[in-house]
Design a protein around this ligand. Structure first.
Ligand SMILES: [Zn+2]
Length: 289
C-alpha cells in the first residue's frame, strides 16, 4: 500500500488520550507510517517526545505556539536547546504569528452582545495595547525559535493565521538562507505560495483541501511543484471530508491524499513517493520506515 506521513498532528492533546493505541493502528492500516507530533509549549513538546519514545512511528517537533505567547518564558532558548538534542526531535515549532485570535478579537467574540457605550473608547484603547503586547511577544519567541533552529541545523514549522503574512516574512527572511520553514495548514493563494518557495521554504496542506469551499486551496496546490509540499492533518482539528466536523486523526491523511492526487493529476503512488521524499529532505532526522 502507498505510504503517507502525517507531518503535523497534535497527538499529545487530551482528545487522543483514551484511544491512542487504536488511533495508531488505524493510521497504520491506512498506510500512514510516520506521525509527527507538534509541540505548542514546553510541556506539550515534552509530551510529544514521550510519545515518540513510546511509539516507533511517532516523531516530535518542539516549540511554542504564537497563541500561547504571553505565557512563554522571556528566554525560551535554553529549554529548547535541551529538547532538540533528542534523536526523535525532527524540527522546531510550531512557531510563527497569529493575528486571528488576538485579545481584541477574543473580547469582541465574547462581548458582542453587550452594550456599554460609556466605556467603549477606553476599552478599545486597552485592547489595542493588549494586542500590541501579544504581537510583540509572538515576534520575540518566533525569533528565538529561529535562532535555535540556526544553531542546531533544524528546520521550523511555521504557523501564520490572520493578517500576518508580511510580518511573518519580515522576521523569517533574515534567517531564510540558514533555515527552511514549512508554512503549515497553507490556505493562501498561488502568488503567496510562490513567495514562500522563493525563500527556499515549503507549504503543507490539511483536510481543508477536501472541503467543498476549498477550491482556492486546491488551486494553490495545483500551482505548487510536486516536490514543494507535504500533507498533514493538524488533528484533532480540520477533519477532511467525509469526516468534517468530527475529531480528526492521522489515518485521514488518506482522504487528503486522494484529493491531492486528483488535483495534481498523478497516481497515489507517485504522490506517496514525492511527498514522503520531501518530508525526509525537510526533516533529516525522520527515519525511513
Ligand atoms: Zn498545529
Amino acid at each position: 500500500m502507498a505510504q503517507f506521513y502525517d507531518t503535523h498532528a497534535h497527538l499529545d492533546y487530551p482528545d487522543f488520550a483514551n484511544d491512542f493505541p487504536d488511533l495508531l493502528a488505524r493510521a497504520q492500516a491506512a498506510g500512514i507510517s510516520r506521525l509527527i507530533s507538534i509541540g505548542t509549549d514546553l510541556e506539550s513538546s515534552r509530551r510529544a517526545i514521550r510519545l515518540a519514545e513510546q511509539h516507533e512511528p511517532v516523531f516530535a517537533v518542539v516549540g511554542w505556539h504564537p497563541n500561547d505567547a504571553l505565557t512563554a518564558p522571556d528566554d525560551l532558548r535554553p529549554a529548547l536547546r535541551e529538547l532538540v538534542k533528542h534523536p526523535k526531535v525532527v524540527a522546531i515549532g510550531e512557531t510563527g504569528l497569529d493575528y486571528f485570535r488576538l485579545p481584541s478579537q477574543r473580547a469582541a467574540d465574547f462581548q458582542s452582545a453587550e452594550e456599554n457605550p460609556g466605556t467603549a473608547d477606553n476599552m478599545s484603547a486597552t485592547r489595542c495595547a493588549e494586542d500590541a503586547r501579544v504581537k510583540a511577544k509572538q515576534a520575540v519567541i518566533f525569533q528565538q525559535q529561529l535562532e535555535v533552529a540556526v544553531e542546531t541545523g533544524l528546520n521550523v514549522v511555521i504557523h501564520q493565521r490572520g493578517d500576518c503574512f508580511e510580518d511573518t516574512l519580515k522576521i523569517f527572511e533574515p534567517f531564510a538562507d540558514k533555515v527552511r520553514g514549512v508554512f503549515h495548514c497553507f490556505a493562501s493563494d498561488a502568488a503567496t505560495m510562490q513567495r514562500v518557495l522563493t525563500l527556499g521554504s515549503l507549504v503543507s496542506f490539511t483536510g481543508i483541501l477536501t472541503f467543498k469551499n476549498g477550491q482556492n486551496i486546491r488551486d494553490t496546490l495545483a500551482a505548487t511543484p510536486m516536490d514543494k509540499f507535504m500533507l498533514e492533518t493538524d488533528c484533532p482539528f480540520l477533519a477532511p471530508m467525509p469526516y468534517r466536523g468530527k475529531r480528526c486523526e492521522p489515518a485521514y491523511v488518506r482522504e487528503i491524499a486522494a484529493v491531492a492526487a486528483q488535483v495534481k493529476g498523478c497516481s497515489i503512488d507517485v504522490l506517496s513517493h514525492r511527498t514522503c521524499e520531501t518530508a525526509h529532505e525537510f526533516f533529516p532526522k525522520l527515519a525511513w520506515s
